[in-house]
Design a protein around this ligand. Structure first.
Ligand code: NAD
Length: 413
């Protein structure tokens, strides 16, 4: 691929490093260095003003050795092919890490959804669905929500796909609303899975929730829900950040109020008694746990030397650059990598897909038990590989993923 692909090339380098720890066929590694298919789409949407605008997007299918391509759809003004390629490779790796029968894919549209009306958002989603319809399907490629997309958008996608194919196939997309064959627990699944990983990490370090301070960057699906779970578990959340600013929270903040304020005002700026701090200050905070839950490349060689935490739980995809990873490892900071820490989302997507195909409905206690088991066992397996090879958790997770991809590769006819 072109050398301007920073995120994607970093992901490939990590795969290559992991290949040094196990025996795999050279052809498999050669295959994983490239996506199976990259589709660029351009489509028009008639805006409320009457003007017709052209939007650009992609759907990338990285690999389907272990099952249909699976991965979210991102709506963001800075979406680019490098990011989507990297995200699709991370999905291949993530699904293999947690052992669910999916490959990796990802989609995105260059758009600022905050500037669109609901009607425009729906038209945009339906137009995107029409151009990607030939390459998605319940056994081919199954989209899901990601940054600035949600259950409503997934419901529109499913509805448009039904119109195109003439068949209602709910399993074409996951992360749908519970009213439209979604799983009640999908909305909170990424954070829930992250919580299971954090609990297991804390057991290793001997930390207890009510003595543990936390800072969380990103207050959307992943960030907001982990905030709720941690608050319920009695963690001390001292700082948050969203796209507008970073904030030190007052001691006795009311989370329900805070969430209502964020939903109404789109940011926490102006919320009573929060102290605005810079992004720089946010990453210098002395807390026990830092949770990036926004975008890529937030922890870099520039701020990693100043990070004073014990654990980083990556709910975002790709928040830590490889240079920062090296610095954090040398400084003894335990990074729970995205491909493990945020895998709860795709795991519950798998449950939803399984229900849709089998025409069954989700059972929250049973599903949460299964999620806990998958996340905890995967953590233990990755931790074992890390200890054995004296490597970081990210590389160890890649090693586990490559073992599973290799098994699938060798089983091919
Ligand atoms: P979201 O759209 O619900 O929320 C995104 C949040 O990030 C918002 O609070 C926004 O204010 C914040 N943000 C955006 N730019 C920022 C910036 N420059 N600085 C600080 N905050 C910023 O998205 P989400 O679904 O919560 O996804 C967040 C991350 O988690 C992404 O990396 C995504 O790929 C990853 N992830 C999400 C899921 C899921 O199920 N939603 C699953 C796995 C991984």
């Amino acid at each position: 691929m072109a050398s301007t692909l920073y995120l994607f090339n970093n992901a490939v380098t990590e795969l290559e490093k992991a290949a040094g720890y196990i025996q795999i066929k050279k052809e498999l590694l050669a295959r994983l260095r490239f996506p199976d298919r990259v589709v660029e789409v351009n489509f028009s949407v008639k805006m409320d003003s009457g003007e017709t605008k052209v939007f650009k997007g992609w759907r990338v299918q990285h690999n389907n050795l272990r099952g249909p391509y699976k991965g979210g759809i991102r709506y963001h003004p800075n979406v680019n092919l490098d990011e989507i390629l990297a995200l699709s490779l991370w999905m291949t790796v993530k699904c293999a890490v947690v052992g669910i029968p999916f490959g990796g894919g990802k989609g995105g549209i260059i758009v600022n959804p905050k500037a669109l009306s609901q009607t425009e958002l729906e038209k945009l989603t339906r137009a995107y669905t029409r151009v990607i319809a030939p390459i998605i399907g319940p056994n081919l490629d199954i989209p899901a929500p990601d940054v600035y997309t949600n259950a409503q958008i997934m419901d529109w996608l499913r509805d448009e796909y039904t119109k195109i194919t003439g068949q209602d196939q709910p399993a074409v997309v996951t992360g749908k609303s519970p009213l439209h064959n979604g799983c009640l627990c999908r909305e909170t699944a990424t954070a829930q899975g992250g919580l299971y990983i954090l609990r297991q990490t804390m057991r290793k370090l001997g930390l207890i929730p009510h003595q543990t301070t936390v800072a969380i960057q990103g207050f959307g699906n992943a960030g907001k829900n982990i905030t709720k779970f941690l608050k319920e578990d009695d963690f001390k959340i001292i700082a948050l950040a969203d796209s507008a600013s970073a904030y030190l929270l007052p001691e006795n903040y009311n989370l329900t109020d805070l969430i209502a304020y964020k939903e109404k005002n789109k940011s926490l700026v102006g919320y009573p008694d929060v102290k605005l701090i810079s992004n720089d200050e946010f990453f210098k905070l002395k807390v026990d746990v830092l949770i990036p839950a926004a975008l890529e490349n937030q922890i870099t060689a520039a701020n990693a030397p100043n990070i004073k935490v014990k654990i980083i739980l990556e709910l975002a995809n790709g928040p830590t650059s490889p240079e920062a990873d090296k610095i954090l490892f040398e400084r003894g900071i335990l990074v729970m990598p995205d491909i493990l820490a945020n895998a709860g989302g795709v795991t519950v997507s798998y449950f939803e897909w399984r229900h849709n195909l089998g025409k069954s409905v989700c059972d929250i206690p049973q599903e949460m038990g299964e999620l806990d088991k998958i996340m905890t066992e995967t953590f233990d397996r990755v931790f074992e590989i890390k200890e054995k090879n004296k490597i970081d958790m990210r590389l160890a997770a890649y090693v586990l993923a490559l073992e599973r991809l290799s098994e699938a590769y060798l089983k091919q006819p």
